[in-house]
Each structure stands twice: as structure tokens, then as C-alpha cells.
Design a protein around this ligand. Structure first.
Ligand SMILES: [Zn+2]
Length: 450
């Protein structure tokens, strides 16, 4: 195997640094990096870090390093010497070489590193998130060096966000995007520190990052199966802290492909509905709502249902169509296609029944029902009603058990929502002309619903 300096390690800070170096020197993957690249980025970046805003950003990444330590006088020389000293240890090695570095497992450690070198690890008596409680971490010079450039691909969001993915494409695109901002700063000589689009809500920032990546790079994600971890952290001396967020592959894939869906505009309406406490009549620009809690985003990340957001219960209306709805149910909820087919057919038959018998009372019953038993009871009444006119029963026993209520009382609400969605889709215009009283069922806009 060919000798290399870097490959993906799985350590989020080290990987971020490696991709930052790739982005800066214009290489498409870590394996292509050579020693000249390390020298180039060192020469370019020390100067950048010394600017006021970048130095300020570094306070919450590398406290007490030569740049952030006020007692260090010749910051440029000290930090350059530190980086060049690390480069001195870094040579190409066989990819299968092993060492005791906890990050790459590829090289040996020269010196135990502290939170001044690597964010969020122990430092003397200040032992933070380092697992074995030792006073520092076993990082080799190459990993330590890489981490120094991670700030170039961090995203300011109150604290800082670190994006980490199993997908090379995501890491490459993300580092490219962040580096583009750094280059803009350099060109304009207007230094603003880590990439900042003025998000303060990390979950909304995460969805913004994903959506902009999907928008800007027309990519086939099908073979990539990307998942993303996001670390929202500060390594500030007075209170280091970290929160993590995980975007599983199905959610990424859903977001990537809903963009190509013919009802994409309706998906945007659903997302908009997720924002809490926004007076849309008064909103003029994105900044006024982009940091408000968004329950659609929150629920997606918590693996909670967003079915309720496709329905406007009060007006007996839906957002999108059956096709968009099942795209979400199949991609994200992994719902059995046979179950969806059955629910669609039963929904259609219920619509037909309500319309042909003009029995809107049964619809209100279906809407208002409060428990599994009563719900089944209403279905039973409808079946009984239909017996005289229909040549076939509405569903077989097998369909009832397997597809309508596969988890019994646990999922009856979901079944109710799916049937109502289809009925509203079928009957919205007809119902509108009936001038029924508003559905009194409360809109279930909450983050507690499973
Ligand atoms: Zn290492």
C-alpha cells in the first residue's frame, strides 16, 4: 500500500482539520496531502489567526495557546515554531502502520496533549471530557497538527458547530464551503472569524447546512448513505461544554430527494408550519424567524413523527398530496408500502361512503374519537352501514391486523391520521361546499407527540 500522511480517522476534530487542509490546498482527499501542503497552510494560516476576530474565535477552541495566551509576546514566531515543530515529526507512512495515537492509531505519540492543543480534553487538574481522567490525550504530531486547522471549517452558532460525517462527499463539500468564506474574508481583508451566517439555534443551523449543501451540489447521494454528526461546543476556559446532534441516513436522503419532488413547495410550507411563535404576516426577512424553534426539524432529529404537520385539521385540509406524504412515511418512518396501499384504499372507501351517504357525522366521529376502542367501533358502524350497498367488505381481517392496526392501540392515532389525510385529500372541495362547522379538534402542534 502507498505511503500517506493522512486518512480519515473518525475523530471529529482531527477529521475536520484534515479536510480543512485539503480544502485550503485544493486537494480532493486526505490521502493526497504531502508535506509541502502542511508547510503551505502553516505559512498562510498563522497570519489569519493573528487577526483580531480569528484570535477571538480561537479563545473558545484553543485556550492558552500562543495566540490566545496574553502573556505570549511574539505570537507569530511562537505559533509558527509550534506548527513547524509538529511538521518535523510528520512523514509519509504505510497506511497500515500502527501506533498508540488514540485518534489515528497509525502513529506514535510524542507528547501528551492538553485542551490547549485539542479541544475538550483534559488539561492538568481541569479534566473535562477526556474519558480515562488523565491529564491529557495521546495524540500524535500529525493529528495534533491537523486539529490546529479545524477552526477553518467550524461554524459559529453562539458556540461553535463542528460537522462530522462518514461521507467523504459531505466532508469535502462542507470544508469547501467554509473555506470559501475564509478566502472571501482574506480577499476583502474583512476578517470575521469562524464561518458565520448568524444562526444561534444549532438545530436550525444544522438543517440550513444540509439544505445548502444539497442545493449547491447536484449530487447522487444514493450510494453514499451519509449520516451526519454535529457537535455544538465551546472549549472556553470558564465552561467547556458540548451537545451532539445526529442526522441519520434516512433523514438526509429524505431531505436530498424531497427537493426533486414535484410537491417540494408544499414541503417548504410544512417546514414553515414547524416554526413556533412566528407572525408570518409581519415577517419581512429570514433573520426574523431563522432562529426560532422549529418543531418539524426538532421532531425529525428526535425520531418523532411529523405526520400532524401535513394536516390542517381545522379546515379539513392537507399540505402536499398523498405522494409527498408517503414519500416521508416510506423514507423516514420506513413504513411498509403494503400498509400504505391498504390505508390509501380504505381511506378512499371511507371517502366514498361519507360522500355517497352524505354522512358527515361519521367524519366528525372519526375526527373526534379519543381512544382505540371507540375508533374501531366507528369503523364497525361504517362497515355495518355499507353491507347493504357494497359488494366487498372494506378490509379483510388480515388487512385489519397486519396493516390497519399493526401495533394495536399503540399506533391507532397514526392510522387515524393517515386515513384522515386521505379523506381530506379526497373530499376537501366537497366538504368546503357543505359549510360544515370548523373541526374542533385541536391542532396537534407540539413536540411531545410520538
Ligand atoms: Zn494520530
Amino acid at each position: 500500500m502507498e505511503n500517506i500522511i493522512y486518512k480519515f480517522t473518525g475523530d471529529p476534530f482531527v477529521d475536520a482539520g484534515i479536510w480543512a487542509i485539503c480544502g485550503w490546498v485544493g486537494k480532493t482527499k486526505p490521502e493526497e496531502l504531502d508535506k509541502e501542503d502542511l508547510k503551505k497552510i502553516t505559512g498562510d494560516i498563522v497570519q489569519l489567526y493573528l487577526t483580531e476576530k480569528w484570535a477571538k474565535s480561537l479563545f473558545s477552541i484553543f485556550p492558552n495557546n500562543p495566540i490566545t495566551n496574553p502573556s505570549v509576546k511574539d505570537k507569530k514566531t511562537r505559533y509558527s515554531n509550534y506548527l513547524n515543530g509538529l511538521i518535523g515529526y510528520i512523514n509519509k507512512m504505510p497506511a497500515e502502520a500502527t501506533g498508540n495515537c488514540i485518534s489515528c492509531g497509525h502513529r506514535d505519540v510524542k507528547e501528551i496533549r492538553t485542551k490547549t492543543d485539542i479541544p475538550l480534553i483534559g488539561s492538568g487538574t481541569m479534566i473535562n471530557f477526556f474519558p480515562s481522567g488523565q491529564s491529557g490525550g495521546d495524540y500524535c504530531p500529525a493529528c495534533t497538527f491537523a486539529v490546529q486547522f479545524s477552526p477553518l471549517v467550524l461554524y459559529r452558532c453562539g458556540k461553535l458547530l463542528l460537522v462530522h460525517s462518514n461521507s467523504d462527499k459531505i466532508m469535502r463539500y462542507w470544508s469547501k464551503k467554509a473555506i470559501k468564506d475564509v478566502r472571501r474574508q482574506t480577499l476583502m481583508k474583512g476578517y470575521t472569524g469562524c464561518f458565520n451566517e448568524y444562526f444561534t439555534n444549532p438545530i436550525n443551523a444544522l438543517f440550513n447546512i444540509i439544505e445548502s449543501m444539497i442545493r449547491e451540489y447536484d449530487e447522487n447521494w444514493l450510494n453514499e448513505n451519509p449520516s451526519i454528526n454535529l457537535y455544538h461546543f465551546t472549549n472556553y476556559n470558564q465552561g467547556p461544554d458540548i451537545d451532539t446532534y445526529h442526522v441519520p441516513t434516512p433523514i438526509f436522503m429524505f431531505l436530498a430527494y424531497v427537493k426533486q419532488h414535484e410537491r417540494y413547495d408544499d414541503w417548504k410550507k410544512i417546514v414553515k408550519k414547524g416554526y413556533k411563535k412566528v407572525d408570518w404576516d409581519k415577517v419581512k426577512e429570514e433573520d426574523e424567524y431563522k432562529n426560532k424553534t422549529n418543531l418539524v426539524y426538532n421532531n425529525l432529529l428526535k425520531n418523532k413523527s411529523i405526520i400532524g404537520y401535513f394536516l390542517n385539521r381545522k379546515n379539513r385540509e392537507i399540505i402536499g398530496d398523498w405522494n409527498l406524504f408517503i414519500f416521508y412515511l416510506k423514507e423516514v418512518k420506513k413504513m411498509d408500502p403494503k400498509r400504505l396501499e391498504t390505508l390509501k384504499r380504505v381511506g378512499d372507501e371511507l371517502s366514498e361512503y361519507i360522500k355517497s351517504t352524505d354522512n358527515t357525522k361519521r367524519l366528525s366521529d372519526l375526527e373526534r374519537v379519543k381512544n382505540y376502542g371507540s375508533f374501531r367501533n366507528i369503523l364497525r358502524k361504517i362497515i355495518k352501514d355499507r353491507i347493504n350497498n357494497a359488494d366487498k367488505p372494506m378490509f379483510s381481517l388480515e388487512e385489519y391486523v397486519e396493516y390497519l392496526f399493526p401495533d394495536g392501540y399503540l399506533s391507532w392515532r397514526e392510522t387515524q391520521d393517515l386515513l384522515l389525510f386521505r379523506i381530506y385529500e379526497d373530499l376537501h372541495d366537497w366538504l368546503k361546499n357543505k359549510e360544515l362547522p370548523e373541526n374542533e379538534v385541536e391542532e396537534e402542534i407540539s413536540d411531545d407527540k410520538n
